[in-house]
Design a protein around this ligand. Structure first.
Ligand SMILES: [Zn+2]
Ligand SMILES: [Zn+2]
Ligand SMILES: [Zn+2]
Length: 152
């Protein structure tokens, strides 16, 4: 019997991602839902057993769905304790900095970080979001400077 790790080098990136996703129950069998691992009975469906599972996947992985779901869950308010920004002044931040990683679908768009600390979103007002992203930029610049000094 071949294990998933043997197969993984030949799998398309998207399949690989669905297999490795800690939120997905899929064990890798074709014909099983790639979210809940139930057998797919609807002949028009290939990856998901139901609309519900398709939506669940999108909500945790596709940026525009993940973003609107995070805002809705936070009731369109900044999640920093005591923040007085008005409702709907809200933006969604990746807790783990993307560092230019882009907005492709992936486990970095999970609503909450998984055990390995990957992913996780937080809803912030514009002011708090700027604060977070500029602090990240400062620490990136500092580590670049440190690297330069080492290689000199
Ligand atoms: Zn399913
Ligand atoms: Zn995932
Ligand atoms: Zn705020």
């Amino acid at each position: 019997m071949r294990t998933l790790t043997d197969m993984s080098s030949t799998l398309p990136a998207q399949t690989q991602m669905r297999l490795e996703c800690p939120l997905s129950s899929w064990l890798g069998d074709t014909g099983c839902c790639q979210w809940c691992n139930e057998t797919i009975t609807d002949p028009r469906r290939r990856s998901w057993c139901s609309k519900r599972c398709a939506v669940s996947w999108d909500r945790e992985h596709v940026w525009r769905y993940a973003r609107s779901s995070a805002k809705r869950k936070a009731d369109y308010r900044c999640q920093r304790p005591g923040c007085a920004s008005p409702r709907r002044d809200c933006e969604v931040n990746h807790i783990e900095p993307r560092n230019g990683g882009g907005y492709l679908p992936g486990c970095h768009n999970h609503a909450r970080p998984d055990k390995s600390g990957i992913g996780g979103l937080e809803v912030l007002c514009h002011a708090h979001h700027v604060e977070v992203t500029s602090a990240q930029a400062t620490s990136r610049a500092a580590s670049r400077r440190a690297q330069k000094l080492q290689t000199r």
